[in-house]
Design a protein around this ligand. Structure first.
Ligand SMILES: *Cc1c(COP(=O)(O)O)cnc(C)c1O
Length: 395
């Protein structure tokens, strides 16, 4: 199918919920994508922070093929080996206690909210608990996740959302404290805000939230869906802060392309929340998805992905700082590891994104004034150089 025909057909038959760039992806190799006309692109978006290992990793591909030949799906009425292995690896990497696998990030958030409410319900039997969430946050599009997403534009047409949600300012502990009541059961936040514009949490803020939660028996939920899985230079971004959540959510790079998410509970929360009958999913954590997760953890270890992210980060940051110095349209850089944002001033960020695509660089935006760089975690210095050249040519 030709590019024009694919675009025409897609617009005819797909519900128009995305303003898509006029590109049809056909295949990928390493950090490169190829469109249906055979044009090559350097990918600094990774399918929105998903393809951590890059495209076409041979061991990943072979593991999935092998799993397809064995069994793809069984249901959670029975056990399967990939799920047991994936859960063990996720627990060991996080130092947490129990895992529930989902199909997406938004479902991981739903599960986290339910676990938190159930924990509080078991404690005092009441059914009017509150959750504190952050402004400029993003947690997903299903109604529960949307309810804790601090974006009026996303929420407005779909009200009423779930009740008992209060919003505070990210990185402002006093504004969080001001929202705490006797009914607060959880505080949910991204360790590094992604969609909202790449804002890393400060150490004081995360430590302050942890302390507040400990004092009041409130559960701390960290959304690591975008910033987790090595992206910021540790397996999970919170591991650099010296705080540990009660509940963590994962998705995006967890399966590196196979749709899978998870919510992970610490021991206290696992022992006093969801029990049989409380929660379920048909597909969640099926053998194919979990084989992907399990293989991803193995490859992170054998390829020393986290160490590589730590090594390459200063090089990328230095390049980006150089661009900020050189061009007036960039007013600053924010980010951690391979999750970086360039603040754009005086021109639409979409224009730069569009020009970059024409120049063979895939890059995305966050909010409406941030250029977001979330490349595959396997990028090398020469890829960073090429990105900078192509980006400069796109300004
Ligand atoms: C992408 C994202 C989600 C939603 O994940 P989906 O898989 O798109 O449902 C939730 N939280 C954060 C921080 C995200 O970046």
């Amino acid at each position: 199918m030709k590019t024009s025909e694919c675009i025409q057909k897609s617009e005819q038959y797909l519900l128009h919920t995305y303003n898509r760039a006029p590109v049809v992806w056909e295949r990928g190799e390493g950090v490169r994508l190829y469109d249906a006309d055979g044009k090559e692109y350097l990918d600094f978006a990774a399918g929105i922070a998903v393809y951590a290992l890059g495209y076409g990793n041979p061991a990943y591909r072979e593991a999935l093929k092998d799993q397809i030949d064995k069994i793809i799906h069984t249901s959670n009425l029975y056990y399967n080996v990939p799920q047991a292995e994936a859960a063990e690896k996720l627990v060991k990497a996080s130092g947490m206690s129990k895992v529930f696998f989902t199909n997406s990030g938004t479902e991981a958030i739903e599960g986290a909210i339910k676990a938190a409410r159930k924990y509080a319900y078991l404690r005092d039997g009441s059914t009017d608990h509150e959750i504190i969430a952050m402004r400029q946050s993003f947690h997903g599009r299903s109604l529960g996740a949307l309810s804790v997403t601090g974006n009026d534009h996303y929420q407005e047409p779909f009200k009423p959302l779930i009740g008992g949600i209060r919003f505070a300012d990210f990185n402002d502990l006093d504004s969080v404290k001001a929202q705490v009541t006797d009914k607060t059961c959880a505080i949910i936040l991204e360790t590094v805000q992604g969609e909202g514009g790449i804002f890393p949490g400060t150490r004081e803020f995360l430590e302050g939230i942890r302390k507040l939660c400990d004092e009041r028996d409130i559960l701390m939920i960290l959304d690591e869906i975008q910033c987790g899985m090595g992206r910021t230079g540790s397996m999970f971004a919170w591991q650099e802060y010296g705080v540990k959540p009660d509940i963590m959510t994962c998705a995006k790079a967890l399966g590196c392309g196979i749709p899978v998410g998870a919510f992970v509970l610490n021991e206290k929360t696992a022992e006093h929340s969801l029990v049989p009958g409380d929660h379920g999913t048909t597909y969640g954590g099926n053998p194919l998805a979990c084989r992907a997760v399990s293989t991803v953890f193995d490859l992170f270890e054998s390829l020393e992905i986290v160490e590589h992210v730590r090594k390459i980060t200063p090089y990328l940051e230095q390049k980006l700082e150089g661009l900020v110095q050189k061009y007036d349209c960039f007013s600053g850089r924010r980010g951690k590891g391979l999750m970086q944002g360039l603040m754009v001033e005086g021109r639409p960020v979409g224009e730069i994104v569009g020009n970059a695509l024409k120049n063979g660089l895939v890059i995305i935006s966050a909010e409406n004034n941030v250029l977001r760089l979330v490349p595959p975690l396997i990028i090398k210095e020469k890829d960073v150089d090429e990105m900078a050249e192509k980006l400069e040519a796109s300004l």
